[in-house]
Design a protein around this ligand. Structure first.
Ligand code: SF4
Length: 434
């Protein structure tokens, strides 16, 4: 069969000059999903992967099967393409977080829905397709805790700055706002054998790689084994982790540095314990934040902190309070998003029940638009507040100060800090009203 797998759908026209030039000359952070499917697809099929960031999908090309993998914000583009292909008689399979959360909606535009982690059912689906028995829904199947995944060869247009790898998948914590862990089977955590991951990293040509794992601190023993094995590879990497382990496990942080860690991405989310407790993110205790930061900084590792605004405990002073804490802690880089109730999450069910969802226009579910009624803020206050935090945190004088102070961490870590400060200054423009 001639199979097309579509990823990173285009949800808006290219607006800025840097997107038209730099972002198409360089490939940054490719998604692994289509490459994983391609890796396990039997060789008698032909697989084409199209990433719409570089090239729009052309429905003129002839395919037997099209798999469109998409998120909530790109649902309408996915449905538009799916409808075109189906009118031409091509079988369409939809997958991804949104299709898994709302299969009944997705089914109106597809011959089949692949729920949860697609690769588990992909071979069955291909087999059914060859035998003309494509099912409407492929529910997720149980995973063993350790699983073999073939290496995912990543080839993208342009010069690839950063390689990508995944050592573990899933997250057992199930925070109420998290679409990944609340997708079918998303909370089942599994690990690839460390030696397989090391071999894959060795084969990646890029010097810098990104771990796509939701968190590399879920099983500290596994992470330590992985980092110890990476020491001889002379790579640099960035990865996600949770506050609890980063605050208490000095050995893990030290091993990550020796393995080449350039930055840990940490979901602090909020400086209010009440907010944190409402999300169920029990890895986060406010009083341990400073220990995590000190632990990383004493190993010359910068921190990329994630912060969310719009929780029920957030009042108008939350923006200034957050900025104050960021200064005190010395967070090097920060991402600020607006709380977004993605379909399929407990947060969505709660807000929907309470009549607080302002729009079900999925294109607005982009983390930078207010789509629900906050408790103690107006939507405008929330939006303006996040803009203000962005502008103040990335004010030129502050950015320059953070970049200069990161120089003592060494060339690569300070390059990460400088690069992210430049990119984040562009992101301010993307925050808009809903
Ligand atoms: S810890 Fe992170 S990945 Fe895990 S459920 Fe919470 S937000 Fe999602």
């Amino acid at each position: 069969m001639n199979i097309l797998i579509v990823e990173q759908l285009k949800t808006r026209p290219t607006r800025y000059l840097f997107e038209k030039t730099v972002l198409t000359m360089f490939s940054i952070l490719p998604s692994l999903y289509p490459r994983r499917l391609a890796a396990i697809t039997p060789k008698h099929h032909r697989v084409t992967i199209v990433n719409e960031r570089y090239k729009p999908v052309s429905p003129i090309d002839k395919y037997d099967l099209v798999n469109i993998h998409f998120t909530t914000a790109s649902a309408y583009r996915a449905y538009y393409l799916a409808d075109i292909f189906r009118r031409k008689g091509v079988k369409v399979v939809l997958s991804g977080l949104h299709a898994s959360a709302l299969p009944e909606e997705a089914k109106q535009h597809a011959d089949s829905i692949l729920l949860g982690r697609g690769e588990i059912n992909w071979l069955t689906l291909l087999n059914d397709m060859e035998n003309n028995h494509l099912k409407e829904i492929y529910p997720p199947e149980d995973y063993p805790s350790e699983i073999k995944i073939p290496p995912t060869r990543v080839e993208l247009p342009g010069f690839m700055l950063i390689g990508a790898v995944e050592a573990t998948r899933g997250c057992p914590y199930k925070c109420s706002f998290c679409p990944e862990s609340n997708t079918p089977n998303g909370s089942i955590f599994y690990m690839r054998p460390v030696e397989d991951v090391i071999e894959e990293i060795r084969s990646i040509p890029q010097k810098i790689i990104m771990f796509y794992d939701t968190s590399l601190t879920i099983n500290p023993r596994y992470a330590k084994e992985l980092f110890a094995g990476m020491r001889e590879l002379e790579k640099h990497f960035m990865c996600n982790g949770n506050v609890d382990v980063l605050a208490r496990d000095e050995e893990l942080v030290k091993l990550s540095k020796e393995a080449g860690c350039l930055a840990w991405l940490v979901g602090f989310e909020s400086f209010s314990q009440e907010n944190i407790d409402q999300t169920g993110k029990y890895t986060n205790k406010i009083e341990t934040y400073s220990n995590a930061v000190e632990n990383l900084h004493s190993n010359n590792i910068p921190i990329i902190g994630d912060f969310i605004f719009g929780f029920d405990g957030d009042e108008p002073d939350v923006f200034d309070e957050t900025l104050k804490h960021l200064e005190i802690l010395g967070i090097n880089i920060a991402d600020f998003t607006i709380l977004t109730p993605f379909p399929g999450t407990p947060l969505f069910s709660q807000l929907d029940r309470e009549g607080r969802i302002l729009t079900k226009d999925w294109s607005q579910y982009n983390l930078h638009t207010v789509v629900f009624k906050p408790k103690h803020l107006t939507p405008k206050e929330l939006l303006d507040g996040v803009r203000k935090v962005y502008q103040k945190f990335y004010a030129p004088s502050k950015s320059i100060g953070r970049c200069i102070s990161s120089l003592k961490m060494g060339f690569y870590p300070s390059s990460v800090v400088t690069g992210r400060h430049i990119v984040s200054s562009f992101n301010i423009k993307n925050i808009r009203g809903g």
